[in-house]
Design a protein around this ligand. Structure first.
Ligand code: 5GP
Length: 191
């Protein structure tokens, strides 16, 4: 997506450890017009899938997920993150390791908002090693709901998440695909 790529070129900075900082429009300050376009794009890509709900993980996935839900006219659920190991019978849970933060979070979705007939679209801000999406897939599996695929704002294609998901037959649609962050420079994949 051209506008997204331009924003990354203009505002993205590369941090040590192959982390792209996009606090100017996605991870801290949010650009609502860009997020609306992101949501419209995901809605278009998954228009024929019969999606009933959009799932994401708090907090950075919420902005693009809400815009996608708005366009698809379906509810949006953000899995909550907990450090504690609280068990709750009314929740589906999965453990997600974050390579950027080097911590494991338990993510959970209330059974109250899951319907056995749901077909879900997973949205996230970044796809790196794929742990966040794997966590949502684990919950989808527990809940027995269908999964249409994953809509990713920024895919770091040099990390294994995207390929691993595709190898498992999961549809992955990424609006910006980064080939490398080497030497502090953002290089995009050529489509
Ligand atoms: P994964 O679970 O695919 O390894 O990583 C996905 C999560 O890690 C995203 O939800 C995002 O919060 C965070 N993340 C991974 N890589 C980056 C990055 O380069 N920049 C930022 N800002 N977040 C990242």
């Amino acid at each position: 997506m051209r506008e997204l790529q331009e924003k990354i070129e203009q505002y993205g900075t590369v941090l040590p450890g192959n982390v792209l900082k996009v606090d100017a429009f996605l991870n801290h300050q949010v650009d609502p017009e860009l997020m609306l376009k992101v949501g419209q794009e995901f809605a278009k890509l998954f228009a024929d899938e019969g999606i009933t709900k959009v799932w994401t993980v708090e907090s950075s996935g919420i902005a693009p997920a809400v815009m996608t839900g708005l366009e698809l006219k379906v509810p949006v659920i953000f899995a909550r993150k907990h450090k504690s190991l609280t068990l709750n019978q009314n929740m589906y849970t999965a453990d997600v390791y974050s390579y950027t933060k080097k911590t494991t979070n338990r993510i959970s979705i209330s059974k109250k908002y899951v319907d056995a007939n749901d077909k879900i679209l997973m949205i996230d801000d970044f796809l790196a090693n794929g742990q966040a999406v794997e966590g949502m897939l684990e919950i989808a599996d527990q809940a027995g709901v269908d999964v249409a695929g994953a809509g990713i704002v920024i895919e770091k294609s040099f990390q294994p998440g995207a390929q691993e998901l595709k190898d498992r037959g999961i549809r992955v649609e990424s609006l910006a695909r980064i080939k490398s962050l080497a030497d502090g420079k953002v290089t995009f994949m050529e489509d």
